[in-house]
Design a protein around this ligand. Structure first.
Ligand code: GAP
Length: 445
């Protein structure tokens, strides 16, 4: 879909998010909590659509992936075995004067404090896992962690899923859920926060087929962002250098998006080898190896892991959809139409039902049509202010179709469908409205 604007300013996105109810600062009435955000009425729809689009393409449209929803709190031994207690840390330095803290890797080598110029302490390792206590006694025996990745819930359920769903390699387990990291420097709106949602797949393969499988998932995941509307020129791949690989990874690619502040990671696709299954198998005493019937051999499967962030994906979809169109390019002083050109599956609402006015003759028909439409699609009823302003309001939140009920409707039992992108209007009979909307909404799938 063509765009007039290459990239929106972050200020416009922040203001739209708050004004229209995509994202609010968390606990705002108490001054907020650093880098935590709440999703408003439109944001929650957007996020659900992102998760549904992901689930559809990695679980429902495939034969080889099943789902899981594991608990956030896990036996703390999980995090010892996974290596997170030992290695999930960032080197942190602190300014001796202003006491601000920074990730060492964010600073140029040998620099002083970026805020006040003061001297910095030597780096120390700072573990990013949040700790809390389970039960009434706050001692170390009752300490548990808020999971920093959803992946471990999948690894410890590997045998349960394998047996209960009678799977054979290669197959994957997908999961969406909250993760928590005590980030030293959160920021850039919802890009880096301490509480966020992940969409992860652990895809189990025979060792030796892992490199090929990694390549296939990289292509598949890149295609997903494009399928749901991100412009190709705003995406790129970056392979990790040896020195930046996570403690469990042998290879990793990041899918990056061109955010207004620069390129940033949307998703990582890693080859985790047999690191997790082997360590959990050995530490728990449960056999997490796999018997390959065809090859008559037993081994620990290797794991390819596409791991994306829901919040980052939602932010990228929002940024990429934002456009400002000159209302009338030929007019001397053109007005601007702000429009979110979301893919139809990602748009928070699919249809808006707009009676021409609040005239009491129109309302019963408009309500009847609305009841029909909302049973099938996420729909809004809006009858305040002029029809022109209502179209603009729906454009600004990316609603693909507006349906107008006017006085002719009372005579001909037909309504007008107006298209967000072309602004073209078409008259259709009420009887065929749901089908007409479904055809239009399905067209891009
Ligand atoms: N299980 C592998 C794993 O967790 P990761 O690269 O650390 O890998 C995966 O995280 C994805 O989770 C990232 O690509 C990003 O989209 C999201 N993510 C990670 N930390 C985040 C944070 N602090 N705030 C928002 N999203 C985050």
């Amino acid at each position: 879909m063509p765009r007039y604007l290459e990239q929106p300013e972050m200020g416009k996105i922040l203001s739209l998010s708050k004004r229209r109810g995509f994202v609010f600062q968390s606990s705002e009435i108490y001054g907020g909590l650093n880098a935590t955000w709440d999703y408003g009425p439109l944001g929650v729809e957007l996020k659900r659509n992102v998760k549904d689009a992901w689930w559809r393409s990695v679980v429902h449209e495939r034969d080889d992936v099943v789902g899981l929803d594991a608990a956030i709190l896990m036996n703390p031994q999980v995090w010892v075995t996974s290596g997170h207690v030992e290695s999930f840390s960032d080197p942190l330095v602190e300014c001796r004067e202003c006491h601000h803290r920074f990730r060492l890797e964010d600073l140029p080598e040998g620099s002083g404090c970026p805020d006040c110029g003061g001297p910095l302490t030597d780096p120390r390792q700072f573990n990013l896992m949040f700790k809390t206590f389970m039960g009434p006694t706050e001692d170390s025996a009752n300490q548990v962690y808020l999971r920093p990745e959803t992946a471990q819930g999948i690894f410890v359920n590997f045998a349960n899923v394998l047996v209960s769903s009678r799977r054979k390699l290669p197959f994957g387990i997908a999961q969406i859920g909250k993760a928590f990291r005590n980030e030293i420097t959160p920021g850039n709106f919802t890009f880096r926060t301490r509480e966020f949602e992940q969409m992860e797949i652990e895809y189990f393969v025979k060792p030796g087929t892992d490199d090929e499988c990694l390549d296939a998932w990289v292509k598949e995941r890149m295609a997903w962002y494009i399928r749901y509307g991100i412009r190709e020129e705003n995406l790129r791949l970056r392979r990790h250098g040896e020195d930046e690989l996570a403690h469990y990874a042998r290879d990793c690619y990041d899918i990056q998006y061109r955010f207004p502040w620069g390129w940033g990671e949307l998703e990582g696709i890693a080859n985790r080898t047999d690191y997790d299954l082997r360590h959990h198998g050995e530490a728990s005493g449960d056999d997490l190896s796999y018997f390959d019937d065809a090859a008559k051999e037993r081994y620990y499967p290797y794991v390819i892991e596409p791991s994306g962030g829901v919040d980052r994906a939602a932010l990228a979809f929002l940024l990429d959809a934002y456009d400002e169109e000159p209302d009338s390019p030929t007019a001397e002083k053109a007005d601007v139409r702000v429009v979110l050109k979301f893919h139809k599956d990602i748009a928070p609402y699919k249809v808006a039902l707009l009676p021409l006015s609040r005239n009491e003759r129109l309302v019963p028909t408009a309500r009847r049509v609305f009841e029909m439409v909302r049973r099938r699609f996420a729909a809004q009823y809006d009858d305040s202010q002029s029809i022109g302003r209502r179209y603009r309001r729906q454009d600004e939140i990316g609603t693909p179709y507006c349906v107008t009920v006017d006085f002719d409707t009372l005579e001909d039992e037909a309504v007008t469908i107006r298209d967000r992108d072309t602004m073209e209007q078409e008259r259709v009979p009420i009887e065929g409205l749901v089908g007409a909307l479904a055809d239009r909404l399905d067209k891009d799938r």
